[in-house]
Design a protein around this ligand. Structure first.
Ligand code: AMP
Ligand code: MG
Length: 345
């Protein structure tokens, strides 16, 4: 896609979710109604929002992000009752998930109805819906009086923003308003669950864990890659990635640390600047390199929260190569590993 040429004066507004100042939030809501772009915090990552029912406004999201049109957006609402106005079918088991997981990091893909413009869904006959668990996001939707279409608020293929400064560095001059509410809680994107076929299939691992979803709907499966690509075409591309080349080391235990030390010294000797992503327990083993620790290995929630921010810091430090440890394949660890694998393609 051609690069975005229009330079917009971006207004950056700090909003404390614990004491919301409704005056700027009302202004941001009005901006959405007027067809403008507003970046806003959610509990997962920052989103770049526009009126989901206004196709010209939604087009601007794709332009501002350099996002390919084949990668559909998520429609954000603030009330479960709004789903029925936007979809053809809200299956009973999905309603149950909605009641238990919303507001929260679960996105459900359902058959769309005609009210949703095709540009939102990349021409698919399905739409992805979510109620975010963040007071500022919910307040923005309320003030906008519209469903808000929003992908993550980053230039396409970069890591998603978990702090307003990440949004500013990617999108200043390309969007009208950036709402700054500090660091996001979860740090990886929502889980995308296709509820149009049985069993329900996870198209993208994310903030709602497989384990927790299966407590409610036991037969949920993770879609194999071919199905995920067909149902969510944007998944095909390189995604979630830092500028540096990322190498994910898949060995376990001591072998993992040895392999990382071996690779790091090899690249350093060739003159590359090396950054390392590790858990807290192992970080001292790599002390001669630039190490970013995500958290204790068993504290996968903290590891997820810090992942993107540390990848961005290593880019800022001008690392050529980032070598990453692997994390446990459970809970939020699955989403961490999914993002590291995609980033290392
Ligand atoms: P982002 O919020 O930037 O991660 O982008 C939204 C993501 O939601 C897309 O990349 C898809 O993975 C997923 N998504 C959105 N709409 C649909 C849909 N109709 N069918 C399947 N996946 C979707
Ligand atoms: Mg994204």
């Amino acid at each position: 896609m051609e690069d975005y040429k229009e330079i917009i004066k971006t207004k950056i507004i700090k909003i404390n979710p614990a004491h919301i100042d409704w005056v700027p939030l009302r202004e941001a809501g009005r901006a959405i109604r007027e067809g403008k772009l507003v970046a806003f915090p959610t509990e997962t990552v920052y989103g770049l929002g526009a009126d989901a029912l206004n196709k010209e406004a939604v087009l601007k999201i794709f332009q501002a992000k350099n996002r390919p049109f084949l990668d559909p957006l998520i429609v954000h609402i603030n009330n479960l009752n709004e789903v029925n106005a936007l979809v053809e079918d809200f299956p009973v088991a999905a309603q149950k998930l909605g009641k238990l997981f919303w507001p929260g990091p679960l996105t459900m893909v359902m058959k769309k109805n005609k009210i949703i413009p095709d540009i939102v869904t990349s021409g698919l006959d399905t739409v992805a819906m979510r109620i975010p668990d963040h007071k500022v996001a919910l307040g923005l939707i309320k003030e906008a009086q519209r469903p808000i279409a929003a992908p993550s608020a980053n230039i396409f293929s970069h890591t998603s923003p978990t702090k307003a400064e990440h949004v500013i560095s990617d999108l200043q001059g390309r969007v009208d308003i950036i709402l700054d509410s500090g660091k996001t809680m979860i740090g990886v994107e929502s889980t995308v669950l296709d509820v149009t076929t049985f069993p329900f299939k996870i198209l993208r691992l994310g903030g709602a864990t497989l384990e927790n979803l299966r407590e409610v709907v036991p037969d949920i499966v993770i879609a194999d890659n071919n199905i995920a690509i067909k149902r969510a075409p944007g998944m095909l591309m390189k995604h979630y990635s830092p500028k540096a080349k990322l190498i994910l080391v898949e060995e376990k235990g001591e072998k993992m640390s040895e392999k990382i030390q071996e690779l790091a010294s090899l690249y350093r000797n060739e003159g590359f600047k090396v950054g390392i992503i590790s858990c807290q327990e192992n970080s001292e083993k790599y002390a001669e390199y630039l190490v970013k620790m995500l958290g204790e290995a068993e504290d996968l929630d903290s590891c997820a929260r810090n992942l993107y921010s540390h990848l961005r810091t290593l880019d800022k430090e001008k690392c050529d190569i980032i070598i990453s440890e692997n994390f446990a394949n459970k809970g939020l660890g699955r989403a961490i590993m999914d993002r590291l694998r995609r980033a290392s393609r």
